[in-house]
Write a protein that binds this ligand. Structure first.
Ligand SMILES: Cc1ncc(COP(=O)(O)O)c(C=O)c1O
Length: 355
């Protein structure tokens, strides 16, 4: 089923005082003013008036230097890459998707084999053996999509576990969507981006829409062996990224210290919210490695009761692969203003629903 939660959030926003905490991006913080370059009207006119360099040399080099990678393919957001990769994979069939997952990944995969995640509520880490056993029973698949971290449960696989699996099944192409990895605390323990340069059966994707909060620029990229990227390239636009977006990203990559500040604030806010929620006996929290908190109330409809106090959360019931019923996802922002708004609404939610 296609879950267009963007449209759903729009509908819920109508009417009373409601704020959308359902999207995993859209962080709002004055600190971002220090991230983007100042573009005056003559520079804007200059950028808007010309095609980008068709090789995107400057942007590609900036990405290479920032992330220690070599082969790069750009997309108009990582969503564009998901669609293009799936359109390549569909020709040979045998696609597998680890669920739950981002709806565009399943929607554009056509027919696919379902794999499921196993996890514990009190741990951020996903169980690789559970996935490995499923692959052992479905060894004929040709490709497997994994989001790491998982956007719908917030859990993550450890890098060493993933690498073991990728090496164990050389005939399966592993496509790891790391769109949310920038939010994790010790990224090096989880990311396989650097390994994509060495392994023949690995493609890693990243996005500038999440921690960088540049969803409107529409920039994503993937890295892996050159022959795989060439195939994906055949199936796309000559200029997937605009000259303005290219200029912004090159400059943003010079200011990663701003992102560290933002990340620290999100962590602080997330801990405070989880602390008040965990003190309420009827609320069950599931630990996450991302900027989102995941929880459910034992006795009431979590989504509807949050909506009554103006919090639009992401209702997780309809997602294939979600084990818990009545759970929601709420995005934690770095801005003090939005944190205070969310915190006070959560306190109200707890007070109103005490048993
Ligand atoms: C896991 C995951 N991958 C990819 C995307 C697409 O992001 P974008 O196209 O903005 O880069 C999303 C967006 O929500 C996501 O959650």
């Amino acid at each position: 089923m296609s879950i267009n939660y963007l449209r759903k959030a729009e509908i819920f926003k109508q009417g009373i005082d409601r704020r959308d905490y359902s999207l995993s991006n859209n962080n709002v913080d004055d600190e971002y003013d220090n991230l983007l370059p100042n573009i005056n009207s003559s520079k804007l006119f200059d950028l808007a008036g010309k095609y980008p360099d068709y090789r995107y040399k400057e942007l590609t080099n900036a990405l290479r230097n920032s992330f220690g990678i070599n082969n790069i393919i750009l997309g108009s957001g990582s969503e564009d890459l998901i669609i293009r990769i799936n359109s390549c994979l569909k020709k040979s069939g045998g696609i597998g998707v680890l669920l739950p997952n981002f709806y565009r990944t399943t929607e554009t995969a056509g027919k696919y084999t379902k794999f499921y995640s196993d996890y514990k509520l009190n741990s951020e880490i996903l169980d690789i053996n559970f996935l490995s056993n499923q692959i052992e029973r479905n060894k004929k698949i040709k490709a497997l999509w994994i989001s790491n971290p998982n956007p719908m449960i917030g859990k993550i696989y450890k890098k060493e576990h993933l690498l073991h699996l990728i090496k164990k099944y050389p005939n399966i192409l592993f496509i790891i969507d790391e769109a949310l990895i920038d939010f994790t605390e010790r990224e090096k323990e989880y990311s396989v981006i650097k390994d994509a340069q060495l392994l023949d059966n690995l493609v890693v994707m990243r996005s500038f829409s999440k921690l960088y909060s540049l969803a409107g620029l529409r920039v994503g990229y993937a890295t892996g062996k050159a022959n795989i990227l060439e195939k994906i390239k055949e199936n796309g636009l000559t200029f997937p990224v605009s000259s303005i977006a290219e200029h912004c990203i090159i400059n943003v990559l010079k200011k990663k210290n701003v992102l560290l500040k933002i990340k620290k604030r999100i962590k602080k806010h997330k801990l405070l919210l989880e602390e008040v929620l965990s003190k309420t006996p009827d609320i069950i929290i599931s630990k996450s490695a991302t900027n989102c908190i995941f929880f459910g109330h034992k006795k009431i409809n979590t989504f509807s009761e949050l909506l009554k106090i103006g919090i639009i959360s992401l209702e997780l019931n309809n997602h294939d692969g979600m084990r818990e019923k009545n759970f929601v996802r709420i995005t934690v922002h770095s801005s003090e203003y939005l944190f205070n708004d969310l915190f006070h609404r959560i306190l109200k939610f707890i007070k109103l629903n005490k048993s």
